[in-house]
Design a protein around this ligand. Structure first.
Ligand code: AQP
Length: 331
């Protein structure tokens, strides 16, 4: 039998503008990996509603995010690109997997703890079971690899635990996925507060993919650093500068040693705008291409509709197998 190519599933919530964090932690790696793997790239709108969204904004952002994926270099011919809510098998499998997930496991998820503090007035069951839906997203496609930033590692590990448990009860059903976490840029921090992750639903300290150059430059010039002058990577004592160095290296392809040597003795007044320039140049062609693609609504609709059909075909295979194994009557 011909061996199938290894498969990747990954997605981003349309819960805000795509950021430098989403780009460095996820999309940039997708662009590389699309050449070696069979890939599914999703806009996970069902995850986004685990916290309150404004409907018109959610709809607009979901389509804009697809345009931005394509502008970043993801090829809709090569990859399956779709919107999660267009493939109802995600929600169906999530229900089933929820019955194979422990309350205690979900209670230990750090993202749930952080987000329930952030949204203390609206801690929904959906926010709590978010990792089960993520497990369904991944297992539905028998993904081998899940490229994510470091913050999502715990969810991929839980996905594996659920899959191992299910396979143990019903014999091999799911491929066990591995997280793929980049060496550089796995955790980009906020420019306002280098102790917290840059997050698209917390606009302060966030660089957005679609920000205009002057906005990017302003944000970098204002970035929080320290009261020294040396441009040196030192995570513990210089978290702001270390974050900026990481961004600079990821944006330019330079090594940390090269970057430190380049700014030796120059001070932050030179370094911060240089990081800004590097990001401006990295994002400029993406922003221009995304603006162009956004004007072609028919093209985008074609991409997400075709993507959903192709995804449903694969999703159905797994879902039917699962339903049969657990004892549901065939439809
Ligand atoms: N700051 C970051 N550094 C590196 N990687 C990051 N990712 C997100 N922020 C950073 C990675 O990008 C993908 C986005 O996933 P998501 O939007 O589905 O979930 P998230 O991790 O919750 O992202 P945000 O920006 O923090 O969104 P909100 O604010 O809505 O919760 C993932 O692969 C993530 O690891």
């Amino acid at each position: 039998m011909e061996e199938r190519k290894k498969r990747i599933f990954s997605g981003i919530q349309p819960s805000g503008e795509l950021t430098l964090g989403s780009y460095m932690g996820a999309i940039r790696n997708w662009v590389q990996l699309q050449h070696e793997y069979d890939c599914l790239f999703c806009i996970v709108d069902e995850h986004a509603i685990t916290v309150r969204q404004e409907p018109a904004q959610l709809r607009k952002r979901s389509v804009a995010q697809l345009a931005q994926y394509i502008a970043c270099g993801l090829d809709p011919e090569k990859n399956i690109m779709f919107i999660q809510s267009h493939v109802p098998q995600h929600a169906e499998l999530a229900w089933i997997l929820g019955c194979y997930t422990q309350f205690g496991e979900l209670s230990r998820m750090t993202q749930f703890k952080a987000k329930s503090q952030q949204h203390a007035d609206n801690i929904t069951a959906g926010l709590f079971t978010y990792p089960v839906l993520m497990a369904a997203d991944i297992l539905l496609y028998q993904a081998d690899l899940v490229p994510v930033g470091a913050d999502q590692k715990q969810h991929v590990e839980l996905t594996r635990d659920i899959a191992v448990r299910f396979n143990g009860v019903y014999s091999d059903t799911f491929v066990l996925p591995e997280p793929f976490i980049p060496k550089l840029g796995a955790r980009i921090m906020s420019l306002d507060d280098p102790s917290s992750k840059m997050s698209k639903s917390v606009p302060d300290g966030c660089i957005n993919l679609m920000d205009q150059p002057e906005v990017i430059m302003k944000k970098f010039k204002r970035a929080v650093t320290d009261c020294e002058t040396a441009v040196k990577f030192d995570q513990a004592n210089k978290p702001g500068i270390s974050n900026l160095l990481t961004i600079y290296c990821a944006a330019t392809g330079k090594t940390m040693d090269e970057a430190e040597a380049e700014f030796a003795g120059q001070g932050y007044g030179v370094f911060k705008p240089a990081v800004g320039e590097a990001v401006v140049e990295l994002f400029r062609p993406i922003r221009e291409e995304a603006d162009r693609i956004m004007k072609d609504k028919a093209y985008l609709e074609g991409v997400y509709k075709t993507g959903a059909q192709r995804a449903q075909y694969l999703a159905n295979k797994t879902l039917s197998k699962v339903q049969r194994k657990i004892g549901f009557v065939a439809r």
